[in-house]
Design a protein around this ligand. Structure first.
Ligand code: 6PG
Length: 260
């Protein structure tokens, strides 16, 4: 694991975070396409990325992004049908896919509601390996990964004190999250730590404690799963609004856009 500290970008509000993160995503994808002719973009769920996806679907990003060269994956999915309001696929379909020309065969929803979740997880891992070149250690080297952060410092569907945190031999797992009473499917820590760039997109006062604990507190990787996302080969950046960054030392942010 590299001990390189992550880049931290603090913006005044959620809209500014979405705009800055969207620009970074497009630049990263354009760079990957220039380098290998394709870009593997891993999308996050929840509510925060909604504004980011809307930015990507609007100009100038709609024109700048090489949509026909992307492979879209999900970092995690809830165990619900794809048209369920809680579905991360439905979030992306409504805010992004309905507005941009990604070829359907390059959109890879995560089948978290499959009747055989373990088989579905293994199949998703095979799709990932088939579409994304392996990097060091043989893990698929995704070009850009978007992640959110829960108030409990979970990320993707890597929840505190769950068996998914320690999986080191599989790229995708499905399991029942007792605290949620729901099945989840998620990419595992090694996939995230072998990505070229991981972007945490975190907004809101409710996340301030978790952001501080993850970035400034003692290492507690079982209680703070996001602390496990430490790049082996790539980079990690945090895009925060002023509310989520409220408890960070002023000096911590590499850049503070606007009046943050
Ligand atoms: C999910 C996400 C999850 C999310 C955080 C933050 O499926 O819920 O992948 O990890 O990023 O829970 O969610 P909000 O953006 O809704 O606060």
């Amino acid at each position: 694991m590299t001990s390189r500290s992550p880049e931290i970008v603090v913006l005044p509000d959620e809209a500014a975070v979405a705009a800055a993160a969207a620009a970074r995503v497009v630049d990263d994808c354009r760079r990957a396409v220039a380098g290998r002719g394709a870009a593997a973009l891993v999308l996050s769920g929840g509510s925060t990325p909604r504004a980011l996806y809307a930015c990507l679907a609007a100009e100038p990003h709609r024109t700048r992004m090489p949509w026909d060269r992307l492979d879209l994956f999900w970092g995690d999915e809830r165990g619900v049908p794809p048209d369920d309001p809680r579905s991360n696929y439905r979030l992306v379909r409504e805010t992004l896919l309905a507005h941009v020309p990604v070829p359907p065969e390059r959109v890879h929803p995560m089948p978290a509601d499959a009747t055989d979740p373990d088989a579905a997880a293994r199949a998703y891992a095979e799709t990932l390996r088939a579409r994304v070149p392996a990097g060091p250690g043989g893990w698929p080297a995704c070009d850009v990964v978007l992640l959110g952060l829960g108030a409990d410092a979970h990320t993707a569907s890597l929840f505190p004190r769950t068996p998914a945190l320690d999986v080191a031999d599989r790229a995708v797992v499905a399991y029942d999250v007792a605290d949620l009473g729901m099945r989840r499917m998620t990419l595992t820590v090694p996939v995230f730590t072998h990505a070229a760039e991981v972007l945490f997109i975190v907004c809101g006062e409710a996340k301030a404690d978790a952001v501080h604990a993850v970035l400034e507190g003692p290492l507690r990787p079982d209680d703070l799963p996001a602390q496990r996302i430490r790049p082996v080969t790539g980079r990690v950046a945090w895009f925060l609004d002023a509310s989520a960054a409220r408890l960070l030392p002023q000096t911590r942010a590499a850049s503070r856009g606007g009046g943050a």
